[in-house]
Write a protein that binds this ligand. Structure first.
Ligand code: H79
Length: 428
């Protein structure tokens, strides 16, 4: 047993750079956010119709895996169980599973097989929170405060009985489906203070028995990477709907990280939500993550019938077209040792430097510290040459037309028209 994953597993994860998150469960039927049970204070009885009508007749995970692969993703993480408590596999310790619905069969196994067939790494998301289990003390009913309703619901419940269940389910998932690359637990919220200053009761490592759970995960899957939401340090950190400012650190030391982002602000299928991010913004988020040595895990919430809806597919296809032309600057890439100009991001692979231009400059772009270091420059999308201008302060002609640029600076002359790609990349 080890307390860290092997180096080859870490490097594989870093090289992937881009993955698919899938949030799928009973909440896909109300189709108004995966927190609907909590947000709308739905009782188990209110929620029962979604269990009764869950019948994903169009489920074909090969289609999901192919869409991910074509978008340039290299791994996929599925919600085996979200906060609602519904299990997408035939758990032996629960009746609240897909096996007990009209559909009647495991959804996790086919997902794992589809990922493997498309060459994708496989991850399991598993909720620590469980709004269905009879021994889980629900203490977040109202998002702004602990309230009497929550206290009444939590009374007499024994979280250690729930922890046994959590451990048993994790064991099933990591025993029955072969090698799994990522375990993504969600989430801890140690005792906290609400915005109004009132104390909030939370859950953390003692509730989940996190040390013991993590040891079991490593014992069952020695190469797995475990995220950081058990309220003890994990193998990678997981900023949620947030791009960090710089490569992430823990105690001053660089740490593996993965940003997770939604397509439209909801993780579960949310039919009427119109807050869709543009493919351009999503590519920028991917580039931004890689430029800071992180991954991007981009979420799709499939419909209750088991399909990615057309808006999600169109977005993935646009990103895939960009990735087809620019994969070189992303896959296996690392941060660069140079500082990028305003509104640009650098990535680096070997002796190639990739300049990603988030806005199109005014005819030239200035690269400080790169004079004399670049043998050739080209647009990545069409391999068209980009002319380099070395700023020599001794040359009178240049001084009059291009004054004030340091001799350390390499200036690139750009076409007036922005290339017709979401984010242009210049390879140096
Ligand atoms: O699965 C997706 C989301 O459903 C889940 N994580 C992603 C991957 C997620 N939803 N919300 N959060 C994570 C953070 C929410 C925190 C809050 Fe609270 C819940 C703020 C108020 C209620 C926890 C409990 C912190 C304060 C009280």
């Amino acid at each position: 047993m080890t307390d860290a994953p092997p180096a080859h597993a870490v490097e594989k994860f870093r090289d992937w750079r881009f993955g698919l998150f899938v949030h799928w469960g009973l909440y896909s039927l109300p189709a108004r956010h995966e927190w609907v049970k909590n947000r709308e204070r739905l009782t188990d009885e209110d929620y029962q119709p979604y269990f009764d009508h869950f019948e994903p007749d169009l489920y074909d995970p090969r289609k999901w895996a192919r869409a991910a692969r074509e978008a340039g993703m290299r791994y996929a993480v599925l919600t085996t169980k979200h906060h609602e408590g519904f299990c997408l596999w035939d758990s032996q310790v629960s009746d609240y599973t897909v096996a007990k619905t009209a559909w009647g069969k495991d959804l996790v196994g086919p997902f794992v097989e589809a990922c493997r067939a498309e060459g994708l790494g496989v991850g399991f998301y598993h909720s620590l929170i469980d709004w269905h289990h009879p021994e889980f003390p629900i203490d977040v009913v109202h998002p702004q405060r602990d309230d009497e309703e929550a206290k009444a619901k939590a009374a007499g419940r024994d979280i250690q009985v729930y922890a046994d269940y959590l451990h048993a389910q994790t064991r099933e998932l990591l025993t029955n489906y072969g090698p799994i690359d990522i375990m993504w637990f969600d989430f801890s919220y140690p005792n906290h203070t609400y915005p109004d200053g009132s104390p909030g009761h939370g859950k953390g490592r003692d509730d989940w028995r996190s040390e013991e759970l993590m040891a079991m995960v490593r014992e069952l899957q020695p190469d797995i990477l475990i995220n950081d939401r058990l309220d003890i340090p994990g193998d990678f950190v997981t900023p949620e709907q947030y791009q960090p400012d710089a490569p992430m650190q823990r105690d001053g030391v660089p740490v593996l990280w993965e940003a997770c982002q939604t397509l439209n602000g909801s993780w579960g299928y949310d039919r009427d939500n119109l807050d869709w991010k543009s493919p351009e913004l999503l590519v920028k988020m991917l580039v931004d993550s890689v430029s800071k040595d992180g991954n991007l895990l981009l979420n799709v919430g499939p419909t209750g019938r088991g399909e990615f809806d057309p808006r999600a597919l169109a977005t993935l296809a646009s990103i895939g077209e960009w990735m087809r032309l620019h994969e070189r600057s992303i896959r296996g890439a690392r941060p660069a040792e140079y500082t990028a100009p305003d509104d640009c991001r650098f990535t680096q692979k070997g002796n190639r430097l990739y300049l990603h231009l988030f806005s199109w400059p005014m005819g030239h772009v200035h690269l400080h510290g790169l004079a004399g270091k670049v043998k050739y420059a080209q647009l990545l999308n069409d391999a068209s040459e980009i002319k380099r201008i070395v700023n020599d302060p001794h040359q009178q002609a240049q001084n009059t037309t291009m004054g004030g640029v340091s001799s350390e600076t390499l200036t690139l002359k750009l076409p007036i028209q922005k290339p017709n790609v979401l984010v242009p990349v210049i390879e140096l």
